[in-house]
Design a protein around this ligand. Structure first.
Ligand code: MN
Length: 328
């Protein structure tokens, strides 16, 4: 709790719900390249606000992937102009991406998050950096305020926690995560958990399978085997008809190799920049590596953007920086 330099106040679960209760015509902002956690968290808040009679919309700079269609809502209000803005699962303003004009420079009244790298850009921050997902933060916020866990909200929160933990595989899945999911399963035993898991984690398009094969064939591995990098030229996505949201999971590919401590995915963007995702094993702090490139995130999962450079040079720089981090 307390004030920070940016005049952002950290608040607790009770205060966070009090903020939600006082909102009116809200845009709930989530990060670009939306994942299950920000989409699930965004719509969970939409339902919480709806129960309070408050109109809101989930707003994202990028289209929401088809795989999350079960938790999204087509919400159309007449004459809706956002009066207030909140955010969920967004560590830094720049992760909003290119938002519509009415959202782009808005003051964020409340941010609900779990990223250790949160930059305190909102007026108030309700967070828990020990939580696996923003959806986990939301689950315990609801519990502490005695809010009703509806079927719709349970589904949203499950998807968020499942996706941010890689279906409960990663080390960020803690006792509180399993406790939350246990309560969700007990309350709604008939939600299609197994089908959701299959759709979120197993099923891939033909194009994606062909792309994975190509990526694995071209993987770069450091001499000592501790750093692996896959480079994805934009052209391959066009050739194989794979969309940007379909390749989200490729960041986990390098970590499938025994001995790899840092797995790097470098995706060339249509504008010539590179979107980098890093995953860390037991001994790596990839948020520290990404910080050196102006990015950040979690200790075991982080990202950054490199704005220019030849692919070869960029990949080499990434590998070198990661290797140096492991040696330090
Ligand atoms: Mn998240």
């Amino acid at each position: 709790m307390g004030q920070t330099g940016n005049s952002c106040t950290e608040i607790n679960a009770k205060a966070a719900y009090a903020v939600l209760q006082g909102l009116e015509d809200v845009d709930i902002l989530i990060h670009r390249s939306p994942d299950g956690d920000c989409v699930g968290g965004g719509y969970a808040i939409y339902y919480i606000l709806k129960a309070l009679g408050i109109r809101s919309r989930v707003v994202c700079a990028d289209p929401i992937p088809e795989m999350f269609s079960e938790i999204t809502q087509e919400v159309v209000f007449e004459d809706f102009q956002p009066k207030m803005h909140i955010s969920v699962d967004v560590a830094d303003r720049k992760l909003f991406g290119d938002l519509p004009a009415e959202d782009a420079d808005a003051e964020i009244l409340l941010c609900i998050d779990h990223h250790i790298s949160n930059t305190h850009y909102a007026k108030q921050l309700f967070w828990n950096p020990d939580s696996s997902a923003a959806c986990e933060v939301l689950f315990w916020m609801m519990k502490e305020n005695g809010l009703e866990l509806t079927r719709e909200i349970a589904r949203c929160l499950y998807v968020g926690m499942a996706t941010d933990t890689g279906c409960f595989q990663f080390s960020n899945a803690g006792a509180e995560t399993f406790a939350a999911v246990g309560e969700i399963k007990r309350a709604f035993p008939d939600l299609p958990y197994a089908r959701l898991n299959r759709e979120l984690f197993i099923l891939k398009t033909q194009g994606r399978i062909r792309l994975d094969t190509r990526l694995m064939q071209n993987i770069r591995i450091s001499e000592n085997g501790a750093v692996a990098l896959i480079y994805l030229p934009y052209q391959w996505m066009e050739e194989l008809h794979v969309s940007a949201d379909e390749v989200d999971g490729v960041a986990n590919l390098p970590m499938q190799i025994i001995g790899v401590e840092i797995g790097i995915t470098c995706k060339q963007q249509p504008d010539g920049s590179y979107r980098i995702s890093m995953r860390g094993g037991e001994h790596a702090d990839v948020s520290a590596v990404c910080k050196q490139f102006g990015g950040g995130g979690h200790i075991k999962a982080s990202g950054c953007t490199i704005h220019e450079g030849e692919p070869e040079a960029v990949c080499k720089q990434l590998m070198d920086t990661a290797e140096a981090m492991l040696k330090s």
